[in-house]
Design a protein around this ligand. Structure first.
Ligand SMILES: Nc1nc(O)c(N)c(N[C@@H]2O[C@H](COP(=O)(O)O)[C@@H](O)[C@H]2O)n1
Length: 163
């Protein structure tokens, strides 16, 4: 059954939202949420990016990131999916509790249930690209591969008997 999420406070899947309260360190600094990281990358290396990083809430970070008076970095359209992948992967690597929730979703499709966002979510018609949901699914696969790799190399450690 498809898993829908949107509000960050919804249980159990609100933690899939970039607005969820799961910060992480990346590029040598602390990001209060993956939304802060994503929005700031639109203006990487500028004072506006730093303002976004220090925003009090993810909603404020998003508002600042969508300020039409601030020019986006020129390559934004080309790099934005990769930025989102990095933000999401780092968040789920940093927090075992939400990683377990993501891994518990089996092979289900995951969909950001928003009518207002046709790119990151399902959009008004339901036929949106759902890029955030797809990135969550690919992150789930990546985390599973990393866990399998780690348990393989545990098995190869000297002193451990294989059965
Ligand atoms: N909670 C929430 N409110 C909105 O109004 C939203 N559009 C979203 N979607 C998230 O917004 C981020 C993308 O922002 P841009 O439109 O590219 O500035 C991304 O985190 C979506 O998941 N969420």
């Amino acid at each position: 059954m498809t898993i829908y999420f949107y509000g960050a406070d919804e249980v159990p899947y609100g933690c899939f939202s970039n607005f969820s309260d799961h910060g992480f360190g990346l590029d040598g600094v602390w990001w209060p949420t993956s939304e802060h990281y994503f929005q700031a990358q639109k203006f990487k290396g500028t004072r506006h990016a730093d303002l976004i990083r220090r925003a009090r809430t993810p909603l404020r970070a998003a508002e600042l990131g969508r300020d039409p008076s601030k020019p986006l970095r020129r390559d934004w359209e080309r790099v934005k999916d990769g930025v989102m992948r990095r933000a999401v992967a780092t968040k789920f690597r940093a927090h075992a509790d939400v990683r377990d929730i993501l891994l518990s979703t089996g092979e289900e499709e995951i969909v950001e249930d928003t009518t207002t966002d046709h790119y990151w979510g399902r959009g008004r018609t339901g036929n949106g690209k759902n890029m955030l949901g797809r990135i969550l699914v690919s992150t789930r696969n990546q985390l599973r591969a990393e866990l399998a790799e780690a348990s393989d190399s545990d098995g190869r450690r000297p002193g451990r008997r294989s059965s």
